[in-house]
Design a binder for this molecule. Structure first.
Ligand SMILES: [Zn+2]
Length: 124
């Protein structure tokens, strides 16, 4: 009975043996999994870098000013802040929109301004 060839997901050689086999051997399985992980880890590393930079920018500005510090959106963008990546966001019981980056965050104010605060000081 003719059967369709199956190929190793790592090196693309024809596979023999069990029908559920996906790799030639443990070496190919490990190579494949490491490759998959490194691709995923790269994405995660990029996002983590953005989050860390966002946190560093907020903490620096918080330390420079009198806490809590009011800042405008344009200034944050010029500092390299990326609004797409935060660790948490929501609306506090008193109706204020907040975004948190680990332990520091922003409360949205009028006219594209934000109040930089420590996460522990945000009422949510
Ligand atoms: Zn292989």
């Amino acid at each position: 009975m003719p059967t369709e060839n199956r190929y190793c997901q790592c090196c693309a050689q024809v596979l023999y043996g069990r029908l559920d086999k996906k790799f030639c051997d443990d070496g190919c399985r490990n190579n494949y999994n490491n490759q998959q992980n490194s691709v995923q880890n790269k994405e995660i590393r990029i996002i983590n870098r953005v989050l860390k930079r966002n946190r560093a920018i907020l903490l620096k500005l918080l330390e420079l000013g009198n806490k809590p510090t009011k800042i405008d959106r344009e200034f944050l963008l010029l500092e390299g802040f990326n609004f797409r990546y935060m660790t948490q966001q929501g609306i506090s019981p008193d109706g204020q929109t907040y975004q948190i980056c680990y332990d520091v965050g922003l409360i949205s104010k009028q006219n594209m301004e934000y109040l930089i605060v420590l996460a522990k000081d945000v009422a949510y």
